[in-house]
Design a protein around this ligand. Structure first.
Ligand code: GLA
Length: 387
């Protein structure tokens, strides 16, 4: 991969000067969906697929970006003196946003750079290609300009860029998982205080299989923000009868005892998902620690049902993938992952059945939906690094 990006870098930007190369992973969330902006727990892991970059520092203030995934857009040029969101800058708004966020936090970046990116995460798939690009850019700047910050701060800066520069009101899960990834471990993160614990994923004879629905998200971002406001509204209503900071503070019993304070049945469902999903995530990590993979799988399945029926963020594509997965031999658990409304599912499948799983689920999906799904058998990898 390194050779491939170096070769392309020379072709696009020339090969003089010192060219450095970096990588940041994508992520998949195993359980704990739509809990990160509700003060709940999440359980994602970084992947060995992600985003690569080749970089050269410049002596002036110019920034030049090129992506091998969007070659038709050519070189996108900007300046460290003029970091504003521009629609025509397309994907390059992500790296621009991170540079803007770093400067906003007082880090000194005096010179520009030429950067070439290549991602092997499918775009808009729900595996956080954007968080990967953001954290990678922050990491590059840290290395190039000897900026002094920890990976946790890098995650927060990247989230800040996404919230304030891009305008997507996401939680901390994606950037955290990408920045803090650890090989063969998932990250049990309490988003109410950012306390985190690594949990080794020992699946014995099973594999993590990701299925990309290839449905483009479209309305996704506005629906995402809508779910967030519904939860915020429900929290406000619950606060009239309870002393809590977030929906993540509640057990299932406490929620059931007080849910009548929420004045609308749709909001009751949204809040119910946030509360139950958080508790499911805590239970899932316990099950994993006890080596009870079967229980972990059951909780993944229950998570999908809740996202389908109460949170309503699945849709026919993700439901077809997951519901077909549930009927296959060797499937321990299967659910949608990420924001939903398209994107990917994650399944844990016994090794001997993976091929059959991909064939059967793929066939049923194509017959019902009319186009193909893509499958990836993935491994859990580390956070960003120099390569
Ligand atoms: C997106 C957001 C995350 C999280 C998930 C849903 O990936 O970026 O912050 O809210 O959706 O769990």
């Amino acid at each position: 991969m390194k050779e491939k990006i170096l070769e392309k870098f020379s072709e696009i930007f020339g090969n003089d000067g010192e060219i450095q190369t970096f990588f940041a992973p994508g992520r998949v969330n195993l359980i704990g969906e739509h809990t990160d902006y509700n003060g709940g727990h999440v359980f994602p892991c970084a992947l060995t697929i992600g985003t690569y970059a080749a970089v050269r520092k410049r002596k002036d203030k110019t920034l030049r970006f090129y992506s091998m995934n969007f070659e038709h857009l050519g070189i996108i040029t900007s300046s460290i003196l003029e970091l504003t969101y521009k629609k025509e800058d397309d994907w390059a708004n992500y790296p621009k946003g991170v540079i803007w966020a770093l400067k906003h936090r007082g880090y000194e970046i005096e010179e520009g750079m030429d950067v070439l990116y290549f991602g092997n995460i499918p775009n808009a798939s729900g595996l956080s290609s954007s968080a990967s690009l953001e954290v990678l850019t922050g990491y590059i700047l840290k290395e190039l300009f000897q900026l002094n910050f920890y990976m946790l701060e890098l995650a927060l800066i990247s989230q800040f860029a996404e919230n304030k520069f891009i305008g997507v009101n996401c939680g901390i899960m994606d950037q955290f998982a990408v920045a803090m990834g650890k090989k063969d471990n998932a990250i049990f993160l309490d988003t109410s205080n950012l306390a985190c614990e690594y949990a080794p994923i020992k699946l014995e004879n099973a594999k993590i299989v990701i299925a990309s629905s290839n449905k483009k998200r479209g309305l996704g971002d506005s629906k995402y923000n809508e779910r967030r406001s519904e939860c915020e509204e429900a929290l406000k209503e619950l606060k009239t009868v309870l002393t809590i900071e977030s929906l993540g503070d509640l057990t299932e019993e406490e929620f059931e005892a007080h849910k009548k304070a929420i004045g609308d049945p749709v909001r009751v469902k949204r809040a119910k998902h946030a509360v139950y999903e958080n508790q499911r995530t805590i239970k899932a990590v316990k099950a994993l620690k006890a080596n009870d993979i079967a229980e972990f799988g059951q909780l993944m399945n229950a998570s999908h049902v809740s996202l389908r029926d109460d949170y309503e963020v699945t849709g026919i594509e993700l439901d077809t993938l997951v519901e077909t997965a549930w009927t296959q031999k060797g499937v321990i658990g299967s659910r949608m992952t990420g924001a939903g409304f398209g994107g990917c599912t994650v399944s844990i499948v016994e090794e001997g059945y993976v091929q059959e799983f991909i064939e059967n689920v793929g066939k049923t999906y194509e017959n019902k939906i009319g186009y193909k799904a893509d499958f990836y058998v993935v491994d859990i990898g580390n956070g960003p690094s120099r390569i």
